[in-house]
Design a protein around this ligand. Structure first.
Ligand code: SF4
Ligand code: SF4
Ligand code: SF4
Length: 248
């Protein structure tokens, strides 16, 4: 019996699901190893009997919660797929602004038609068994996580910073080239893809355990980033975590 797998989406751009579709096209052996019973992005069937649920997207309205809880009740294993599900992600940027203002900006005089509340990661609503970080997810990491789950193992997640991967690739640090980067505090695993192509890391994979936020902020400011630009970098993917930390 192949394990039955389902994919679900909440508030997201569906880029992580697209990455899954892409991975399945190049690694068709996965389709032999599992039975996909529900995946709106890729098929019309909607099977409700599944053991593993991959959930993309953040929870951004009250009616999302009962749906996510139903998925959690059915799934033996629930995996957060991508930064929106893992962190709240870019959807949570709005949490730092008056929600009514944001709603009116987006929906104008139809704002009252749409329910909403501050965006949150799925772990704020239900227990999560595994995470595939990133915006979007890394396709190789997706494959590794699926293999680990099929073997009954907890998928490995790097707990060291991105700078390790960047240095292993022998890149010149962007801070030496007038750039800015959250690599010292960001969880590795993407192969330092942004610095590889000349862009500073914006932290889409979330932070390492016990990050030194103050030292990171000082480095960003010392290298010329304005306070506003520094805060924007911290909150691109980390608004939910920053606001939760501020409540403690
Ligand atoms: S994590 Fe990024 S790519 Fe994935 S759904 Fe969210 S916004 Fe899209
Ligand atoms: S470019 Fe970024 S990831 Fe690379 S070494 Fe510098 S700070 Fe670290
Ligand atoms: S370098 Fe940073 S922003 Fe880019 S994919 Fe990796 S973790 Fe995400």
């Amino acid at each position: 019996m192949k394990p039955k797998v389902a994919f679900f989406d909440f508030t997201s751009c569906e880029g992580c699901q697209l990455t899954v579709v892409d991975s399945l096209q190049t690694h068709t052996e996965l389709l032999d190893a599992v039975e996909i019973v529900q995946f709106r992005e890729a098929m019309t069937e909607k099977g409700e009997d599944y053991a593993v649920a991959f959930v993309e997207g953040s929870i951004s309205r009250p009616s999302d919660e009962p749906r996510l809880k139903r998925i959690r009740e059915q799934a033996a294993v629930l995996v957060a797929l991508g930064a929106c599900a893992h962190l709240g992600g870019i959807n949570a940027i709005r949490n730092a602004m008056p929600l009514d203002d944001v709603r009116r900006y987006v929906y104008g005089d139809k704002a009252d038609w749409y329910e909403t509340y501050p965006a949150r990661p799925i772990s704020a609503v239900v227990p999560v068994d595994a995470v595939i970080p990133g915006c979007p997810i890394d396709r190789n990491e997706f494959l590794e996580v699926v293999k680990a789950l099929l073997l009954g193992k907890k998928p490995p997640l790097p707990d060291y910073p991105l700078c390790v991967e960047c240095k292993l690739k022998e890149h010149t640090c962007l801070f030496h080239k007038g750039g800015y980067c959250l690599g010292p505090v960001t969880r590795a695993g993407c192969g330092a893809i942004c610095p590889t192509y000349g862009d500073g890391c914006e932290g889409c994979r979330g932070l390492i355990p016990d990050p030194n936020r103050n030292a990171m902020s000082e480095v960003l400011l010392e290298h010329g980033l304005t306070v506003d630009a520094m805060l924007a970098r911290w909150t691109m993917f980390g608004t939910y975590q920053q606001m939760e930390t501020g409540k403690k």
